[in-house]
Design a binder for this molecule. Structure first.
Ligand code: KE4
Length: 422
């Protein structure tokens, strides 16, 4: 497989862009591969600048549940952009998407659009601190909530690979306002609330973490977080940037029946454009400027093209039977994949259409467990799959995703490749 043009493209990119990439994990360093430069994407297929085609299981980190370049979404984008790309003044598509978000996430009584998941979580945390007049945020090891200073503590995703618990450049004073505990450890949470309950503004959690690889919540953990936050006057923030519209049309909160005070959304909600959202209880959202004292703003927030891409995506996802169909395909695939995986000493964690193959035979129910997986062996699996035209999310501590564009034949080939991997 030729990568000459990607190699040249990376050399050129290195001259102008730090690390040659605009997001660290794309450098493929943790999997020991050369970064690819993609020319186009359609359905489940990526085509790189050398003409190599790959079946994509990363889907721009979970965005393209419908597959890349869906014809109806593209048509909506073309129509929207012909009316101008941005106004910096309210437009009807913003309210249209807000109405759809509210319809599918009833806990999001009011919403505010932003341009990235980082902005969404950062703003929700500021709002929680403003509402409760408290400072401490409780998060979980291995969960990643974007790169706002105070959330880069024991984070997952691209930060997980760094040697330090949090990024350089984050003053200790900022990190000191963040407590990070093991996911699924109700006793540790109870102890934190016993000791500092009156200072805790919010618990922020990926309801089904995907940034340490996919790790499933133990049966009562999320309802427990709901009870203990309510008991102590702290807010519960569900970071559904990945799980929102992924696990169901109403995200993890609909599937698992836990109603948070605030929710953040990203990825799917923007249909591939830089758009994300935060929202929740009206009494909390009422504190946001211009109504209240908590400031938050954004030049391209509610961008009409992004709103149109998101709205068309959600309209297709809300069609009757969409998730049932995806779930059936996923169930068939994962039933066979987990059998082959266990024969290889590999652990499959999945929920809905997102999954991680952990290269360990032990159960993975926390960040500590996930970090014990054999990252070297995952790296060689990544490179083996790439050589066979499959592009996985390039890290052991990330999730992979199915889309409605993945065929049974492709999924069958994935399984047979794992079978022959040594
Ligand atoms: P962005 O700022 O990257 O749009 O969103 C941050 C974020 C917030 N919350 C969750 C649960 C997330 O997964 C993310 C971003 N996800 C990573 C992939 N796991 C983005 C990929 C990257 O950093 O390049």
């Amino acid at each position: 497989m030729r990568h000459t043009n990607s190699v040249q493209a990376y050399e050129e990119a290195l001259r102008y862009i730090s690390g040659g990439v605009n997001s660290p994990v794309r450098a493929l360093r943790s999997v020991g591969a050369q970064p690819l430069f993609i020319r186009k994407a359609k359905g489940d297929t990526l085509t790189d600048v050398d003409g190599n085609r790959f079946t994509d299981f990363c889907l721009s980190w979970g965005v393209f549940i419908l597959g890349h370049a869906h014809p109806s979404v593209n048509k909506a984008i073309r129509k929207a952009v012909s009316n101008g790309a941005s106004y910096g003044i309210p437009s009807l598509p913003e309210t249209a998407l807000a109405r759809l978000v509210n319809q599918h996430f009833p806990s999001m009584e009011k919403v505010r659009f932003v341009s990235s998941g980082t902005e969404a979580v950062m703003s929700a945390v500021r709002l929680a601190r403003g509402f409760t007049r408290r400072s401490i945020i409780l998060k979980f090891d291995g969960c990643y909530h974007g790169h706002a200073d105070h959330l880069l503590v024991s984070a997952g995703s691209g930060v997980a690979g760094l040697s330090r618990a949090s990024s350089a450049g984050v003053p200790e004073a900022f990190a000191a306002c963040t407590l990070s505990l093991p996911f699924n450890d109700a006793e540790a949470v109870a102890r934190a609330f016993r000791e500092r309950g009156e200072d805790i503004a919010a618990v922020v959690v990926e309801p089904v973490p995907a940034n340490m690889g996919v790790v499933l919540p133990e049966n009562d953990f999320l309802p427990f977080l709901r009870r203990i936050t309510a008991q102590h006057g702290a807010l519960l923030i569900f970071d559904e940037v990945i799980t929102g519209f992924r696990l169901s049309i109403g995200g993890a909160q609909q599937l698992l029946g836990v109603r948070p005070d605030l929710t953040t959304l990203g990825k799917i909600v923007g249909g591939g454009f830089p758009a994300a959202a935060f929202g929740g209880r009206s009494d909390v959202m009422a504190l946001l400027a211009p109504d209240g004292p908590v400031y938050q703003a954004g030049t391209l927030s509610g961008n009409p093209v992004a709103m149109s891409a998101g709205a068309k995506t959600l309209q297709i996802l809300s069609q009757k039977g969409y998730y049932a169909g995806l779930e059936e395909k996923a169930d068939r695939f994962f039933a066979e994949l987990s059998e082959v995986a266990s024969g290889k000493g590999v652990r499959l964690n999945r929920m809905g259409s997102m999954f991680t193959l952990f290269f360990t035979s032990h159960p993975v129910r926390s960040f500590a467990d996930a970090k014990r997986a054999d990252q070297q062996r995952f790296g060689s699996f990544f490179r083996y799959m790439l050589a066979n035209n499959f592009y996985l999310s390039p890290s052991q501590l990330e999730a992979n995703f199915l889309s409605s564009a993945h065929s049974e034949r492709t999924l069958g080939r994935f399984i047979s490749l794992l079978k022959h991997f040594s």
